[in-house]
Design a binder for this molecule. Structure first.
Ligand code: FAD
Ligand code: COA
Length: 401
């Protein structure tokens, strides 16, 4: 796929690679150890023009393509998974939903925030509604021109550091009639009733907090309601459509981690000697490396194809199946590649002095967050079979015996 990149895209990738090598990489181990959000990396990304890359020009952004953003994300993730993830959420996810469905004022607000380096938070998951996201119970009750939100989300990336929050909630009108699922915009330190709970102690990607986000009679005025054109009834489907690009972005972080691990392993096998020869001379290891390269090339091609299929920010994601396929394949192959890279290092790979143990912890998340590999297979199956595949118990037909 590299061959099909334009000169401009190759230049962006090279610029991202230089920033990653010179500025991001030296801080990666410390970010992991201290578990502190890397505000300095955010500033470096912002100064390089890598936050808000997909914001349209009329809103002050560079109006770049999703594939351009993917090229940057991979370079960051090669050296620091946390910075890769920040680059995803400054370009995709909540920001895509606001660009697609927001009013002019909402789009301007969100654009200004990401262009200044804010990594928006997307609040979908609840303690009792993970994969079954549409069973969320956070509610938004209409009261005149505003909505009052109550409920608890958990595992919210950026909880406590993000300013813009896109909150999914079940909407009820003044008569208490359910209207569907809608999106509500809240701003840290500005929206009353937006409260942060416990931080999760995570396996990897420790430089970004995952937290409970709680809505205690949180007031959202109607001008901060994100209402897709088809209304709340189709709100969930429309909001999930805008989320597809984040799935491609998340897969790209996994790809970057795997590519970084592979490059480390390639160098190591040429240097490390056993039995009087570089271990690169053993055919068993050569075939491992060959398989790793095949997985990376295939994952990168699929990821780029999914990213390139996406029109400008604000347009619908054309094929949710492709986004799910890209995330499933890339995340699973990436975990294998990082694991194999660590194996090639022997004990040195198992040491905390070596970045591979961090990369393995980091990459492990991508078959879970953003839709598990199992749920995404159901998304794919439902579309290739052209069948609704309800997963709740009542959705199954009795066998009839
Ligand atoms: P469950 O849904 O309880 O699933 C448990 C297991 O059962 C999984 O293996 C799952 O695949 C399987 N399973 C469930 N249902 C089915 C089925 N029908 N068929 C087959 N298998 C099934 N959420 C947000 O809203 N915002 C965020 O910013 C965010 N960030 C996250 C960051 C990290 C690091 C992680 C780990 C999670 C994050 N999440 C976030 C939450 C994430 O989206 C959920 O973890 C995910 O959707 C799965 O939900 P769950 O953890 O409750 O697992
Ligand atoms: N893109 C576009 N539309 C989507 C979509 C996506 N990624 N996911 C769901 N939809 C649409 C469906 O097509 C359906 O529309 P339809 O009524 O026209 O067919 C509608 O949303 C409801 O989807 P359905 O599969 O019937 O919902 P469900 O109640 O069975 O829930 C999901 C299943 C969609 C929630 C589940 O597949 C899912 O994605 N879970 C993971 C949640 C997640 O990614 N969380 C990440 C938080 S960061």
């Amino acid at each position: 796929m590299t061959d099909t990149l334009s000169a401009d895209q190759l230049a962006i990738r090279d610029r991202a690679r230089a920033l990653a090598t010179e500025v991001i990489a030296p801080r990666a181990a410390e970010v992991d150890r201290t578990e502190e959000y890397p505000w300095d990396n955010v500033a470096a990304l912002r100064e390089a023009g890598f936050t808000g890359m997909t914001i349209p020009t009329e809103l002050g952004g560079p109006g770049r393509s999703f594939l351009d953003a993917v090229l940057v994300i991979e370079e960051m993730a090669k050296v620091c998974g946390v910075s890769g993830r920040i680059a995803v959420e400054c370009n995709m996810g909540a920001i895509s939903a606001v660009m697609a469905y927001g009013t002019d004022e909402q789009r301007k607000l969100a654009a200004d925030l990401v262009l200044s380096g804010d990594k928006p938070a997307i609040c979908i998951t609840e303690p009792e509604a993970g994969s079954a996201a549409s069973e969320m119970t956070t509610r938004a009750d209409q009261r005149g021109s505003s909505y009052v939100l109550n409920g608890t989300k958990h595992w919210i990336t950026g909880g406590g550091v993000s300013r813009l929050h896109l909150v999914f909630a079940r909407v009820f009108d003044e008569a208490g009639e359910e209207q569907g699922i809608g999106g509500f915009l809240a701003i840290r330190d500005e929206t009353p009733g937006l409260v942060y709970g416990l931080r999760e102690p995570t396996l990897g990607l420790r430089g970004i907090p995952e937290r409970e986000v709680i809505f205690e009679d949180m007031i959202v005025e109607s001008d901060m309601v994100l209402l897709p054109p088809s209304g709340f009834r189709r709100g969930f489907a429309d909001l999930m459509n805008a989320y597809n690009s984040q799935r491609v972005g998340a897969g790209t972080v996994a790809l970057g981690l795997a590519a970084g691990a592979y490059e480390l392993a390639l160098d190591f096998v040429k240097e490390r000697e056993q039995f009087g020869r570089p271990i690169a001379e053993f055919q068993g290891l050569q075939w491992m490396l060959a398989d790793m390269s095949v997985k990376l090339e295939a994952a990168r091609s699929l990821t780029h194809r999914a990213a390139a299929s996406r029109g400008p920010n604000g347009s619908p994601f054309p094929d949710p199946t492709l986004a799910a396929q890209a995330k499933i394949f890339t995340a699973e192959r990436a975990i294998e590649v990082v694991n194999d890279a660590l194996q090639l290092f022997g004990a040195a790979g198992y040491s905390r002095r070596n970045p591979l143990e961090r990369m393995l912890r980091d990459v492990r998340m991508f078959t879970i967050g953003g839709g598990t590999a199992q749920i995404l297979r159901t998304v794919v199956a439902s579309r290739i079979l052209d069948m609704k595949l309800p997963q709740h118990r009542g959705g199954f037909l009795p066998r009839g015996d």
